[in-house]
Design a protein around this ligand. Structure first.
Ligand code: HEC
Ligand code: HEC
Ligand code: HEC
Ligand code: HEC
Ligand code: HEC
Ligand code: HEC
Ligand code: HEC
Length: 389
């Protein structure tokens, strides 16, 4: 009797615990980042300022005001046409004018990007999200035409699909509407978006893990959550590659369901039919580039984690990154000429992983013939003839 009673009590406590945890739209196995914070405070603190965590968000006027500069809020396309960033009742808007007559105005609703290199913005129209004509570039502290947009006039019709959220967010509920035999339209539920890349997006659903550790506070080793350390090299590569392998492949399953341990080929297939055309720009293509490098091909265990820990912030600290090179390259054979350029141990990066302009993304500023390049580190680690800058 007594044992049964205890079992019942424990069971009902378990059930209550699971019921008490916040619900999450992704399903009953998820519980949301706010719950993870309770036991993983340090990691969560860094996460709040992390490019992954901040890579999409609802626009809060207050944040936008910090980059709102009345002296440089106008982008002129030509003599007659311009877009002005204006604060009005109800929000901040991108307002298009033709010969000083207002023709179109849309509010900043959603921001993409942590602002590392750029912010691109979206506005909701019913169940569709569209990209605003101007993006903001911290490097030039100014507005420029959103990547891929026409440079001679304002344009408000470029859709932002759930695909952007698959790499820049944690969830959005979508519905496909068959318009005709050949065209399918996508609708997204505004209220369902989980902005930013959260804990469970990378680690997989965590409710069972939470319930177990609340029930068993004495247990110091993790249960019911994927353990990165024991994944195979391929599984580790796939866990980052799900968002860092570019966008040229056909998908047959939403990558929102991707969990560590899963294989990428269960989500993507080869793009034989050339469907690449109508899709978002290719950026975030580090995985294939690295996999073609001698370092990767000739070492047993190089992964993204050899150099990156997504929980630390060493952005721009090339000396620390160089230490990671030297963990494998304890000695190197550089010519006298190379050595004479100096700084060898403090910066392997600029020579062997130079910044290169994206071929698909650039930023057009007002009144300039040349577009500003979008520079990315080449993850093809190699000997570059120009690698001395
Ligand atoms: C009730 C406390 C508690 C909560 C809440 C909690 N965890 Fe944990 N977690 C632990 C403990 C204890 C460990 C083992 C010790 C450690 O690694 O910190 C752990 C370890 C982990 C690990 C490391 C796994 C490994 O061994 O490689 C991950 C990843 C993790 N938790 C993710 C999460 C996520 C995601 C959430 C939110 C869904 C979460 N945790 C919420 C207690 C908790
Ligand atoms: C961009 C993906 C990503 C996000 C987002 C993310 N993690 Fe991690 N996390 C990782 C990876 C990868 C590791 C394994 C690092 C390693 O072993 O080199 C890890 C390791 C951990 C560990 C093990 C302890 C440690 O420091 O290695 C815990 C605990 C953890 N994460 C919890 C969280 C929590 C809580 C959140 C949300 C606040 C979160 N993670 C968000 C990718 C992520
Ligand atoms: C859900 C998609 C997703 C996953 C999974 C993901 N990333 Fe990212 N990652 C992004 C996006 C989007 C950005 C751009 C963030 C911004 O807006 O600046 C990014 C940025 C980065 C950056 C540059 C910013 C920084 O933190 O220095 C690094 C490095 C990076 N990711 C490494 C990784 C590694 C390593 C993994 C695997 C453990 C991983 N990412 C998993 C989507 C993802
Ligand atoms: C396949 C995954 C993927 C898709 C799809 C994707 N992105 Fe990205 N995006 C990334 C990664 C990774 C980065 C970071 C560095 C880079 O460009 O490689 C990034 C960078 C960005 C940045 C600059 C962020 C910063 O802070 O510097 C913006 C803005 C952006 N993406 C917007 C979008 C929009 C809008 C869409 C949809 C039209 C989109 N992205 C689709 C993965 C993706
Ligand atoms: C996990 C171990 C590992 C790490 C970390 C690593 N490498 Fe390598 N790297 C190798 C191996 C193995 C080779 C092949 C050596 C050979 O062919 O004998 C290599 C080759 C190279 C080459 C020659 C490339 C060629 O095409 O001939 C260069 C240059 C290089 N690495 C630079 C770097 C730099 C810079 C870093 C840091 C950004 C780095 N490596 C990090 C393992 C590593
Ligand atoms: C040998 C070391 C090394 C490895 C392995 C590596 N990276 Fe990087 N990565 C770097 C360095 C160095 C930078 C530049 C960091 C900086 O400027 O602060 C960088 C920058 C990035 C950025 C920021 C975009 C940019 O160009 O500034 C992203 C995203 C990224 N890495 C993703 C990945 C992913 C995903 C993997 C695995 C496929 C990976 N990296 C593997 C060294 C590495
Ligand atoms: C000034 C640019 C520059 C810097 C800095 C630099 N390298 Fe190199 N590296 C080169 C060039 C050029 C070569 C081809 C051989 C030569 O001409 O010296 C090379 C060759 C290599 C090779 C292949 C030869 C070998 O030793 O097996 C490796 C590995 C390598 N570098 C790693 C590194 C590492 C690790 C660092 C940082 C500690 C570094 N390099 C810093 C330019 C540079």
């Amino acid at each position: 009797m007594a044992t049964i009673f205890i079992v019942v009590v424990i069971l009902s406590r378990c059930m209550n615990l699971a019921d008490q945890l916040p619900e999450d739209i992704r399903g009953e196995n998820y519980t949301g980042a706010a719950t993870c914070v309770k036991c993983h405070q340090d990691l969560s603190k860094s996460f709040a300022h992390n490019p992954h965590g901040l890579t999409s968000k609802l626009v809060v006027d207050q944040n936008l005001l910090s980059i709102f500069d009345p002296d440089s809020n106008t982008f002129k396309f030509n003599q007659n046409e311009k877009v002005v960033v204006e604060k009005r009742p109800g929000g901040i808007f991108q307002v298009a004018y033709s010969k000083d007559h207002e023709v179109q105005s849309q509010r900043f609703d959603v921001a993409f990007g942590s602002g590392e290199k750029a912010f691109t913005y979206g506005y909701w129209k019913g169940k569709k999200l569209y990209e605003l004509p101007l993006s903001y570039f911290p490097a030039i502290k100014n507005w420029a035409i959103s990547p891929g947009f026409p440079s001679n006039t304002y344009y408000y019709e470029r859709g932002i699909t759930s695909r952007c959220f698959e790499c820049h967010g944690s969830y959005v509920e979508k519905k496909l509407i068959q318009k005709s035999t050949f065209s399918v339209d996508e609708e997204m539920e505004k209220g369902s978006v989980i902005y930013g890349i959260d804990c469970e997006r990378c680690h997989g659903p965590g409710k069972e893990h939470v319930v177990f550790h609340m029930e068993n506070p004495q247990e110091k080793s993790s249960k019911f959550i994927a353990i990165y350390k024991i994944l195979t090299r391929k599984q580790k590569m796939d866990a980052c590659g799900v968002c860092h392998s570019g966008n040229a492949l056909m998908q047959h399953k939403s990558v929102f369901d991707f969990k560590p341990g899963d294989h990428l080929e269960d989500y993507y297939e080869q793009d034989l039919a050339g469907f690449g055309g109508g899709k978002p720009d290719v950026h975030g293509n580090q995985t294939p580039m690295l996999m073609n490098s001698a370092c990767y091909l000739k070492s047993e265990n190089m992964t993204c984690q050899s150099c990156h820990n997504t929980h630390e912030s060493i952005k721009g600290n090339l000396a620390v990154y160089s230490q990671r090179c030297m963990s494998c390259h304890k000695t190197t054979n550089h010519s006298k000429q190379t050595l004479s350029k100096g700084m060898l141990t403090a910066n392997c990066i600029d020579c062997h992983m130079p910044k290169e302009p994206s071929k698909l993304i650039s930023f057009q500023m007002a009144g300039k013939a040349e577009a500003n390049p979008y520079l990315l580190r080449s993850h093809h680690i190699a000997i570059y003839s120009t690698g001395s800058n």
